[in-house]
Design a protein around this ligand. Structure first.
Ligand code: NAD
Length: 327
């Protein structure tokens, strides 16, 4: 099988590419390298099962050629990260809405199965937890730009359902909850890698707001297991699934654990959202998934604990810092 991974030079995409190749598949990665990096896929470049083309999913001819060559599509390319979304407003919306529409439309020509990478952001600020797949999406006003990512991912899901129902395109939708691990940069506002990096450098760990907001973190290897199981299962088609960890933790507790596990001398400092993001910012207090739907269909459940995940990210950055020193 030849798989197309859009956004394959990114964090999750590079891990998925690795897994697909290890499982005996060929993979074509397309990526515009906006947040992805060649270094994420450098180790694959001499593998005959791997190929890479730099370009955008918004370039129709480029995308059509890539889609035509492949048997299955993992659509991960997106504008991600709170900072990136806030700083590149129009580009983010177009990438996340028009890009997904193009992938689905072009896939209709050969009817390849498509996985759409969606997000727990689609639940917005719904306060009824844990979130199951048919929980409400509750967004803030359109004047608060942070909601554009959530709304765009929700439109992607609507598009996925519509293409499945009206054009018979086999679509599977995965909603990732804060997925972390090796190669995630922390450059665009992802909390766990940002804290680990700060802790390893004994710098102040900056916690937004009062830090009592809580999240669930997922190890990327668990997320990849989940995607692979879903894409093998015919009954997943036309459906949406939460993919998330099991341990809900406040950001204060996360900071504490990271400081303990890294043996850091860092302290924490709380900063209001307004100081970081101008023009208003809103965030949800809690976010936690109900993962019974995917578990019932595939038997999947996450294997890596939060402490295990922190340790993996810590080793990744230690290694990276050592390499930087020796270069
Ligand atoms: N990491 C998470 O916690 C998380 C949570 C929810 C959803 N997701 C979704 O998973 C997917 C992968 O996210 P990630 O965390 O690996 O982020 P990432 O930034 O590492 O990966 C996204 C990739 O898409 C590429 N890209 C962006 N615009 C493109 C374009 N126009 N054409 C081609 N490539 C383009 C980027 O260069 C990058 O390599 C995204 O769709 C994201 O919305 C991730």
């Amino acid at each position: 099988m030849k798989a197309l991974v859009t956004g394959g030079a990114g964090f999750i995409g590079s891990h998925l590419t690795e897994r697909l190749i290890n499982d005996g598949n060929k993979v074509l990665v397309i990526d515009d390298l906006s947040t992805g990096k060649m270094i994420n896929i450098e180790h694959l470049k001499d593998n005959p099962a791997f190929s890479f083309r730099k370009g955008s999913i918004l370039d129709v001819d480029f995308l059509r050629k890539a889609i035509t060559e492949c048997d299955v599509i993992f659509h991960l390319a997106a504008a991600v990260g709170v900072r990136n979304i806030m700083d590149n407003r129009l580009k983010s919306i177009l990438t996340n809405v028009r890009g997904t529409d193009l992938v689905l439309e072009l896939a209709c020509e050969k009817k390849q199965k498509v996985l759409i990478a969606s997000s727990s952001e689609v639940y917005g600020k719904n306060e009824t937890l844990p979130y199951c797949e048919d929980s409400d999406s509750v967004f803030g006003p359109t004047t608060t730009h942070r909601w554009s990512y959530a709304a765009a991912k929700a439109v992607d899901e609507f598009l996925g359902h519509a293409y499945y129902q009206e054009r018979k395109l086999p679509v599977v939708i995965a909603r990732f909850f804060n997925t972390c691990g090796e190669r995630q940069s922390g450059q665009y506002g992802m909390v766990l890698p940002t804290f680990v990096k700060a802790a390893l450098k004994n710098e102040t760990v900056v916690v937004y707001d009062d830090g009592e907001q809580s999240r669930v973190f997922t190890d990327v290897s668990d997320a990849i297991d989940a995607i692979m199981l879903l894409m093998e299962n015919q009954d997943a088609i036309g459906n949406v699934f939460n993919i998330g960890g099991q341990e809900e933790v406040t950001i204060n507790e996360l900071a504490k654990r990271i400081i303990r596990i890294t043996g850091s001398a860092s302290t924490t400092r709380h900063v209001p959202y307004d100081e970081i993001f101008k023009n208003g910012f809103e965030d949800m207090r809690r976010r936690a998934p109900d993962i019974s739907k995917i578990r019932k269909l595939t038997g999947w459940k996450p294997k890596v604990s939060l402490d295990g995940l922190i340790e993996k990210v810590m080793h990744h950055f230690k290694h990276q810092f050592e390499n930087q020193k020796s270069n």
